[in-house]
Design a protein around this ligand. Structure first.
Ligand code: FES
Length: 79
């Protein structure tokens, strides 16, 4: 597996809490999108640890093609 799996072609809105660390799924296989559930185990992908700087609603990438991980950058529009 060299390309991540497309979990969804739309970002997922999540409520981030300031100071909390989240593990964003980069492989696309997690059943708990957009977060890692360990499904990357047999792939070359690893989750991205992201600590929220502020409490807010954020749109996290689910197509796994964003250049601004873990946030959606609109890359899903080209899929
Ligand atoms: Fe996708 Fe962990 S399940 S990075």
């Amino acid at each position: 597996m060299t390309e991540p799996t497309i979990a969804s072609k739309e970002p997922i809105a999540v409520d981030l809490q300031a100071g909390e660390t989240y593990h964003w799924c980069s492989c696309g296989l997690s059943q708990k999108q957009p977060f890692c559930d360990g499904s990357h185990k047999d792939t070359e992908f690893t989750p991205l640890a992201y600590t929220a700087e502020e409490t807010k609603t954020a749109y996290l990438c689910a197509c796994k093609r964003t250049k601004g991980q873990p946030f959606c950058d609109g890359s899903h529009k080209d899929l």
